[in-house]
Design a protein around this ligand. Sequence first.
Ligand SMILES: Nc1ncnc2c1ncn2[C@@H]1O[C@H](COP(=O)(O)OP(=O)(O)O)[C@@H](O)[C@H]1O
Ligand SMILES: [Mg+2]
Length: 435
Amino acid sequence: MAKTIRLSKMVNPHFYPLWRTDKPYIVAKGGRGSFKSSVISLKLVTMVKRWTQLNKKVNVVCILANKSDLHDTVYSQVIWALDVLDLADEYTYFKSPLRITHKLTGSTFYFYGADNPHKLKSNKVDNIIAVWFEEVANMKGVDVFDQSIPSFIRQKPPFVGQVKVFFSYNPPRNPFEWINEWVGKCKQDSNYFVDTSTYLDDELGFTTDQQLALIERYKQNDYDYYRWLYLGEVIGMGNNVYNMELFHPLKKLPSDDYITDVFYSVDTGHEVSATTCGAYGVTKRGDVILLDTYYYSPQGKTHKKPPSVLSKDLKHFIDKVTDWVGKRPTNMTIDSAEGALDNQFYNDFGIHWHKVAKLKKVDMIDRVQDLLAQGRFYYLERPENEIFLAEHRKYQWDDKTLQSDDPKVIKEDDHTCDMLQYFVRDNERFLGLKW
Ligand SMILES: Nc1ncnc2c1ncn2[C@@H]1O[C@H](COP(=O)(O)OP(=O)(O)O)[C@@H](O)[C@H]1O
Ligand SMILES: [Mg+2]
């Protein structure tokens, strides 16, 4: 028996104006989990359904910053919408290249990466009724739109009045990011419908209790981070990179929780920069505890430690923590630019460090802020960890770069800060961070 499909049971009332607008350009921005992606995918599938029922062939193009993420994001999202609307059987699903095709009419959803705007322009798809730019905050700039939209809207079939172009994203916190400036202009343009949504608009109650509990955790621990992540507000960068109240001291290891894994990360220096290694315990509950810090600064020393000595120092540090906690290292991370010390360590002990895949500084820092904002970061109060706190306390954005789309930190006494970022970035999946 055919299921009765009621859109009013699937689309929150907040989105009715967005659903019904006759403007060609539709921007859906907002906090995490506000149903932007769900609603747009349902809208696209509904639009295509209207034409396939009339036996017309129409196409939709979905675009994401990074080609390699297409499958797990927009492609899966469209499949989800087809499922929900009970249309999944009418389509065939292709992996390479990714596309979803209506069996009877040949109507197709295409999926492209925006890594190369020029390539986007040259994709020859006709009969386009809609284009969806998903997670646009991750795209390089407005160039992606300028390069591709004119050619997409030229490919409109004669039987539709206009090609609908959807944009969705969570606003970055930095007001000088291009997307935040771009949306300011969209709001002035009568061709654009701009919507802002948050999880609080979920009248239909799709958000699960578990999601609500996590949101509440951010809200209690770091209200600004919550405003940014879940309310979609552009909160700015602040001058201090971190809110030090989110580094919780521990006199000793907790008695009601236990360490399941121990991680190490290293930031290296040779001539003037320090070499530092952090030992982090991750507990059953998912909290992170800075257990111990190794720190060696060659500054002002006439006889500086060479890699051969640093290598032994690090091994000694790791062995000491291993004996104490009783867990072997789960992962050991090193600066991707470092070769000498890793080679030395491998030569001495037959173990390679894992090289971290670095990102833009704001993105490295954001992962740490996310962990902190969940109230999950602790450090053992001991003299060895004091340098870690001192450096994090001092860690500042560089004023001269704050009014730009690529703010930099002041690179002074920031070695433990880098070291923490490497640990978090390299283990972000293990730590269950949003990426
Ligand atoms: N109609 C629906 N029924 C059940 N779950 C839904 C429905 N619409 C959305 N969801 C779920 O809600 C979650 C958040 O929605 P999503 O569209 O990804 O938010 P956003 O893109 O704003 O971050 C997703 O896990 C999605 O599966
Ligand atoms: Mg989304």
